[in-house]
Ligand binder design. Structure first.
Ligand SMILES: [Zn+2]
Length: 250
């Protein structure tokens, strides 16, 4: 047993008993941590803050050495996620970030870069950052952090580089692009086809450069192809289609 202190974002919560909740934090130092917040459901709870989804708190918790749940002893509000007023989509985009962090990270597996990117993404969603592109970029960051970013740069079979004029399909089960030659005949009118222009947008989104992607204006077809490839990769990693996509209807 040890006493730990860190900063964390609430990514899930569930009732545990009449008065207590299990709250899952994505923390900067420890990765995902699930703690019992005793008395959190009482009107006058022992915590200074309502532990709502996407709230960032400074927390202190007792880390159990056994498989027992850790116990939250202190939570101090640092920041609340405030979606844009009158725009439910910014709220849903925030919830999508929580769903991805919860579904794709492991307990006590820290990813400080991902933590910082999650906070920056939520800040942009609350302000006037682009929602669809911001979410796509965050999904690509998550995939890279967990080692499941598909290869969007070359054919995973023969290594042919994805340059203009060549046709590629995106095959999530094979880990990335497959050129027409390696696909064989049946790829002629493939639903997995991804155009060179869409790949160029993807390359910009997945690059570490901070601001270039914010100036991207993909065409509706490019956006559809990119969303379809990224959703396939995320669903593959999660083992199911993300629930929040049903609300977002991209
Ligand atoms: Zn090939």
């Amino acid at each position: 047993m040890s006493l730990e202190k860190t900063e964390g974002l609430v990514i899930r919560q569930a009732d545990f008993s009449e008065s207590s909740r299990v709250v899952t934090f994505f923390t900067r130092e420890f990765g995902k941590v699930a703690v019992i917040a005793k008395g959190a459901k009482r009107l006058k709870s022992s915590f200074e803050v309502a532990l709502d989804l996407l709230t960032t708190c400074g927390i202190v918790f007792i880390r159990k050495s056994s498989s027992a749940l850790d116990i939250l002893t202190e939570a101090k509000l640092q920041q609340r996620f405030k979606p844009r007023s009158g725009d439910l989509r910014s709220l849903y985009c925030g919830y999508f970030v929580a769903e991805l962090l919860d579904g794709l990270s492991e307990e006590y597996d820290p990813h400080p870069h991902l933590y910082d990117e999650a906070q920056a993404t939520l800040t942009a969603f609350a302000a006037d950052g682009p929602l669809e592109l911001g979410l796509l970029r965050f999904e690509l960051i998550v995939l890279r952090e967990i080692g499941q970013l598909p290869n969007f740069h070359e054919c995973v079979v023969c290594g042919e580089l994805a340059v203009a004029d060549l046709s590629f399909d995106f095959k999530v089960s094979q880990g990335g692009l497959v050129c027409r030659e390696c696909q064989g005949e049946q790829s002629y009118a493939s639903p997995d086809r991804i155009q060179a222009g869409s790949l160029a947008v993807l390359h910009c989104l997945e690059s570490e450069t901070e601001s270039a992607w914010q100036r991207l204006v993909p065409s509706p077809i490019q956006f559809k192809e990119i969303r379809s490839a990224v959703t396939a990769a995320i669903s593959h990693a999660l083992g199911h289609r993300p629930r929040m996509l049903n609300f977002l209807k991209f």
